[in-house]
Design a protein around this ligand. Structure first.
Ligand SMILES: [Zn+2]
Length: 222
């Protein structure tokens, strides 16, 4: 019979592409009444029960473990999880290994406990990133509101075409007020400078806004 020895890590990789997990397969195997082989590896069923490693073997295992800590493999992930859940760190029985990481923002190298989820070298760097993200969201949001206001003013102009076209340039307040009221109800913005900037690209004042609306209702293009 041909057989092939596969490590747990290699198995995990093979199972990564399958729609079921390695764990569920192992559990089925262990619990099934149709498998006769003894599947438990605990206690006296452990192939290494009551046997001791030689010094040479211990050294090989140690070397291998060290190289795993340095890698970014699935095994390392499991070792970190194992450390966290074992409680040995909390009890002070094991000194948590450290590793060198590169700050996501300033690219400075820094040392952290292997179990840490830090990706920035300092509070300054994580703070800067948080502020930048918040600003980006704010700018996006403002941009979106500007677009909405602009579309709203264009629609409103077409719906109120007669009113817009008949508004004398020396008496624009009633028309503008009606528009601003509706914009405020919808978008909570009443600053005319913000609104003219949204529609015209810059704050050119109320009169320019009405001129633009008149032109738009005549030509239907902007
Ligand atoms: Zn940094």
């Amino acid at each position: 019979m041909n057989s092939e020895l596969v490590s747990y890590e290699e198995l995990m990789e093979l199972y990564g592409e399958l729609p079921f997990s390695l764990n569920s397969v192992l559990n089925n195997w262990i619990k099934s009444e149709h498998t006769s082989i003894n599947k438990s590896l605990k206690g006296e069923y452990n192939g290494h029960y009551k046997m001791k490693h030689t010094m040479a073997t211990k050294q090989i295992i140690g070397k291998h473990t060290k190289s795993l800590w340095k890698s970014n493999s699935y095994s390392k992930m499991r070792m970190v999880e194992g450390l966290k859940s074992s409680g040995l760190i909390q009890k002070g029985k094991i000194k948590t290994p450290r590793e060198i990481r590169t700050c996501v923002l300033c690219e400075t190298e820094f040392e952290v406990l292997i179990t840490s989820n830090k990706s920035y070298c300092s509070r300054e760097c994580s703070g800067k990133t948080a502020i930048r993200l918040a600003t980006e969201i704010y700018v996006d949001h403002r941009h979106e509101i500007h677009n909405l206001i602009r579309s709203y003013v264009l629609d409103w102009t077409l719906k109120n075409e007669e009113l817009v076209l008949s508004t004398p340039l020396n008496r624009i307040t009633p028309t503008i007020s009606k528009l601003l009221e509706e914009i405020f109800l919808l978008y909570r913005i009443k600053d005319i400078r913000v609104i003219t900037k949204a529609v015209l690209g810059e704050d050119l004042g109320r009169k320019e806004l009405i001129r633009f609306m008149k032109k738009y209702s005549r030509e239907k293009i902007c």
